[in-house]
Design a protein around this ligand. Structure first.
Ligand SMILES: [Zn+2]
Length: 358
């Protein structure tokens, strides 16, 4: 009997272990710790999971998205309102030694991008940049600071939160983009959304932006959702691309190639940092873990991007969370005529628009 019992316990334990391993496949360890070795002024980057990224220069700092609360799976499906967890926001900012913050750029209004953006802007006195849906989220939370809805084709200078007469050295240009195919909650948030009216489904997409963030040391493109619009970024030059791979592993190889060409090759990026591969229901107090297989195929997504990086000689590297590193000026790989010729050939190929949402 004890032997049978032991056998049962062992089988259950093995089952749980296997399920855990299968649910959280390991991410290839493409980690960079020394992105730049160029002397002089620098821009430092910190990654907080999903597409929450902080860029800090000598005169100021900007953040993309702002998602720290990371409610559990149970909370997400409960239909209870989701509210920012100030304790988790403060803990994450403290862990990364974030002091000053001048602007928060909200890519779209889903909870894993927008839900803490107004809270973090309020805490730091920062301004907000985003869609009218994101503005309705902020207003519903009582946000009274400056909110800019971007005009396409116009560059916005980010001013200091402490002294608005002072520039921060950062400017931002928003580009229309597309959410990854079949977004869970499409549509817009058309009215101020109160805190009691915010189950997960209330966080509607509200349109999706790409952000081009310029600084004297270089240019960063943040592509916070894995999709593209043909030709939209062809006039943009970027040194570094933060490239969402959320749900990329569920798309075809043709989709991934179009995505890579329209975002990475079009901008001539010298470094690609995949983002939005982590399980956003795990708190930032724990190490980032890969999105479970039931929701995404991160292993396939990362390998597609790594293979494209290899083919076009663009380094691909994953950033660890909460560890600031010097990002700009970008390390310049030795120029390679063959790689540049390949890039030009690929850019001359016709672009196939991704399927419409829905
Ligand atoms: Zn989304």
């Amino acid at each position: 009997m004890p032997a049978i019992l032991f056998g049962l316990v062992a089988a259950v334990a093995l089952g749980v272990w296997a399920q855990e391993k299968l649910a959280h496949p390991a991410l290839a360890p493409h980690v960079i710790l020394d992105a730049t070795d160029v002397p002089g002024p620098k821009v430092r980057a910190t990654y907080f999971g999903t597409s929450t990224i902080l860029l800090e220069g000598e005169q100021g700092a900007v953040m993309v998205d702002g998602f720290f609360s990371r409610p559990s799976k149970l909370k997400l499906v409960s239909m209870w309102p989701l509210a920012p967890d100030e304790g988790r926001i403060r803990a994450a900012l403290a862990a990364a030694n974030v002091d000053n913050l001048d602007a928060v750029l909200v890519s779209h209004s889903h909870h894993d991008h927008a839900m803490d953006s107004a809270a973090v802007a309020r805490m730091k006195g920062a301004s907000l940049v985003g869609s009218t849906s994101s503005r309705n989220l902020a207003l519903g939370e009582g946000f009274t600071g400056p909110f800019h809805v971007p005009n396409f084709g116009t560059e916005l200078s980010i001013v200091s939160a402490r002294d608005p007469s002072q520039p921060t050295g950062f400017s931002v240009e928003a580009f229309p983009s597309k959410h990854s195919p079949k977004p869970v909650f499409p549509g817009t948030i058309d009215d101020k959304l109160g805190m009691a009216e915010r189950p997960l489904s209330a966080f509607k997409e509200g349109g999706t932006y790409s952000f081009v963030i310029r600084h004297a040391t270089g240019t960063v493109l943040v592509q916070p959702s894995a999709n593209y619009l043909c030709g939209k970024l062809k006039k943009v030059k970027a040194d570094v691309v933060f490239l969402s791979i959320g749900l990329l592993g569920k798309q075809s190889d043709t989709f991934a190639r179009n995505y890579w060409r329209e975002v990475v090759l079009a901008t001539g990026a010298k470094l690609v940092i995949p983002v939005h591969w982590d399980d956003f229901t795990v708190p930032l107090a724990e190490p980032l873990s890969v999105t479970p297989l039931a929701m995404d195929d991160v292993a396939r997504g990362i390998y597609m991007v790594v293979a494209l990086g290899k083919e076009f000689q663009v380094p691909v590297a994953v950033m660890p969370a909460l560890q600031p590193l010097d990002l700009l000026p970008a390390r310049r790989p030795a120029s390679d005529a063959e790689a540049e010729a390949k890039r030009r050939v690929a850019l001359a190929e016709p672009c196939e628009e991704s399927p419409p949402a829905g």
